[in-house]
Design a protein around this ligand. Sequence first.
Ligand code: SF4
Length: 378
Amino acid sequence: MIGVYIHIPFCDHICYYCDFPKVLKIGQPVDLYLKCLLKEIKKGLKIRCQKDIKSIYIGGGTPSALSEGQLIYLLDGLNQIFDISQIQDFTIETNPNDLQNYDKLQIMYRYGIRRLSIGAQSFSNNTLKRIGRNHDCNSIIQAVHNAQKIGFKNISLDLMFRLPGQSFEEFKENISQALKLNVTHLSIYSLILEQHTVFHNLLLEHRLVLPTPENDRQMYSYAMKVLKQNGWHQYEISNFCFANHESLHNKIYWHNDDYYGFGAGAHAHFGNVRIQNKQVINDYIHDLENDEMPILKNHFLTLQEQIEEEMFLRLRLNQGVDLKKSSQKLRIDLLQLYQKQIKKLIAEGLIEYKNERIFLTENGRYIANDVFSEFLLG
Ligand code: SF4
């Protein structure tokens, strides 16, 4: 199974915590970018057999920030390139503000998109302001209702915790609001302070007050507990779904399978090669206008890197690493290779071993990055 990631790097505003490849949309050559993007997709698809493509994910940036005309141009182009009837997961990332009427939703649905990922982040207007979001709580609720009226049955909300000024009570209210909306998927992330963001600068100036690590853990633990009580299934460290609505596209990443990446700054993965596109929009456009692929670098993974990636990515999933299958794939006995680490992590209560699989325990999920670092070789 192969996935296709398509990057739309334009946003109507910049959030204070964001380090994704993105630019303010205003003044950007958006039409020309879309033309080059379709050209890149057509050229790039010659690498692999198209019938194995099962997911298309349009991410950003903010793909829903495209005008209606631009959305039609992009989606019509994709419908001409791909056999959409074969696509099991066709997702687009959206900002609630762009879904306040039916116009863009109707376009998305008409061209075959069946899954929406809505960047909600919080239902508290104060917190939304504090983290630099440009929408409010009501616009999230309205966006979900509008999408459901159009016919979208598979809707995911992004929520964040460990946000400045966010209390445990406020986070509890977020989960309860999300549950009331009858969505099918929640991605719940802890704030990560990345360099070159407004928040990072505020932190350096000692002007950012974050919840304590105890609060952080309390919020995450609450989310896991309450969602489970409500019949939700956690299938990845940060991802929860109702009635088996797992993200098929994201599972391709966590299974360490192959995927195309199109657009400025996008990444692709085929076997032992990782490919990264140029991120500067003008460089990206320049290459495609000159009939060249906009590749910044091809990285050939060493065997050591392949093993480490297999472990880190699969361990994110609740079903963990199938040591037998992964050993066959990499042609190396992983149980033997990691014997010492596995014993130690089991003794510390951070992973479990069952039916030839290792997976994180609840305690392991709290400090997943520390657990992953145990699998670094050399
Ligand atoms: S809308 Fe998304 S991509 Fe754009 S700045 Fe905010 S978090 Fe980043």
